[in-house]
Write a protein that binds this ligand. Structure first.
Ligand code: HAM
Length: 420
């Protein structure tokens, strides 16, 4: 151990577990890439104001959880706590919405930072794969995104997740509901902080996990009863499209997301094996966000799936991923001359597309064979002076144990054939 440790609330991804994270990112992004989403990468930090305006001044993310800093030049920056505001900022900056091809469909993958109280599944540095479809109001797009996330989770072998679905209304009907809810909440017996929340973000009070609060909320006005006709029709269409696609979801009126930009469709993927941090992914429509950050009206929808929690969900379900083989051939040289000869073979194999590794450091046969075993290689190549004198290497099939001498000049071709 060194003097230093990973900062509180963070952890390192190290082999072999790190392979699972790569596989999860790949599985989540594959359906997006096949559905017209282009890859976007934005900086790990942005102007703090982007998140204050975009994610919302009343959210925990902005008020408590942002890592902010002032640069030597005096810029106020924040490590990104989420991806949507950045992706929309980048799309607007590059005028992607003006290229006459709406929606602009983008996917991304990266690190995000929130100064949260760490616990299992909740970290200060975590990883998301996300998707945003910018500039089109069409329930088919909302359905597409939910279906693609469902497909991604299923392709990984996850089964014990549920999709929670809600509509938060739009700028017409939500303010009316908000006021009705505030009037109701102000009469309840609540602590100071919750009272403050009623004034800033009353919908979040519905999300309060405490039993004594929940008890008082039984008769709270329901957003469903306040949705305008356009929002109702839109939501019904999303529901019908999901049903037609065979995607099972649960209507959850209490689903209020922790970011302020949502309008209409909101959804969360929850996994029942994860305890309190059960949301493996979430998203929704954000029709007003572009205007909030100074852009034109661009109704949009998206989601982000948490890679860390998806890996935990896989472990909770006992799903073993079919991880790609990392090493197919492991070469063990005995002596200097063999080292040069086998290293040339390994280089040749790699150039031919065969994953190959090498016993470095002039190790003895026993130790090197242990490493060969640990590498999971299907074949090992061993050569000593006598082999080289005969112009051969010993090729061992690690599954059958069978060993054959193969001419040094033929070994790359032989292995390429055997490994298909
Ligand atoms: P979010 O619900 O804040 O949404 O985050 C999405 C997912 O990221 C969560 O469901 C969770 O799996 C993971 N996540 C969030 N915070 C943490 C944490 N502290 N530790 C581990 N995992 C975490 C968003 O970020 C929105 N930008 C999603 C979106 C995209 N909406 C529209 N487009």
């Amino acid at each position: 151990m060194s003097t230093f440790q990973a900062p509180k609330g963070t952890y390192d991804l190290i082999p072999p577990d790190s392979a699972k994270f790569l596989a999860v990112r790949e599985a989540i992004s594959a359906p997006l890439r096949d559905s017209g989403y282009g890859y976007i990468e934005t900086p790990g930090f942005e102007n703090v104001e982007l998140f204050a305006r975009g994610v919302g001044e009343s959210t925990d993310i902005v008020t408590k959880e942002m890592y902010t800093l002032t640069t030597k030049g005096g810029d106020q920056l924040a490590l990104r706590p989420e991806g949507t505001a950045s992706v929309l900022r980048a799309a607007l900056e590059a005028n992607l919405h003006k290229a006459g091809n709406l929606p602009v469909k983008l996917w991304y993958s990266g690190s995000y930072y929130r100064y949260e109280r760490p616990q299992k599944g909740r970290y200060r540095h975590f990883s998301q794969v996300g998707a945003e479809a910018i500039g089109t109001e069409d329930p088919v797009l909302d359905a597409e995104l939910i279906i693609l996330a469902d497909q991604a989770y299923r392709s990984l072998g996850l089964r014990q997740f549920r999709i929670l679905l809600n509509s938060l209304g739009d700028k017409e009907c939500r303010p009316v509901y908000r006021e009705a809810l505030q009037t109701f909440l102000r009469d309840l017996d609540l602590d100071e902080e919750t009272r403050r929340r009623i004034e800033i973000n009353p919908l979040r009070v519905l999300d309060d996990k405490r039993a004594d609060v929940q008890k008082q909320l039984t008769d709270a006005p329901r957003l469903r009863d306040y949705l305008c006709d356009a929002c109702k029709a839109y939501h019904e269409e999303v529901r019908a499209l999901l049903t037609a696609a065979g995607v099972v979801y649960e209507d959850d009126e209490k689903l209020v997301r922790g970011l302020d930009y949502y309008t209409r469709t909101t959804f969360e993927f929850v996994h029942d094996g994860l305890g309190s941090q059960s949301a493996v992914g979430g998203g929704g429509r954000y029709d007003g966000l572009s205007e909030m950050i100074g852009g034109p009206a661009l109704p949009s929808v998206g989601w982000a799936l948490g890679v860390d929690r998806t890996v935990l969900a896989l472990e909770a379900e006992g799903v073993e991923l079919d991880l790609p083989v990392t090493t197919s051939v492991y070469a063990v040289p005995l002596g200097d001359e063999a080292r040069r000869a086998l290293f040339a073979v390994v280089t040749g194999l790699r150039r031919a597309g065969v994953a190959a590794d090498f016993a470095f450091g002039g190790r003895g046969l026993k130790g090197a064979m242990k490493s060969a075993n640990r590498s999971g290689a299907r074949y090992t190549l061993v050569a000593g002076e006598r082999d080289l004198a005969e112009g051969v290497v010993q090729l061992k099939d690690m599954e059958s144990g069978e060993q054959t001498a193969v001419a040094l000049a033929d070994v790359v071709a032989e292995l390429t054939t055997r490994l298909g």
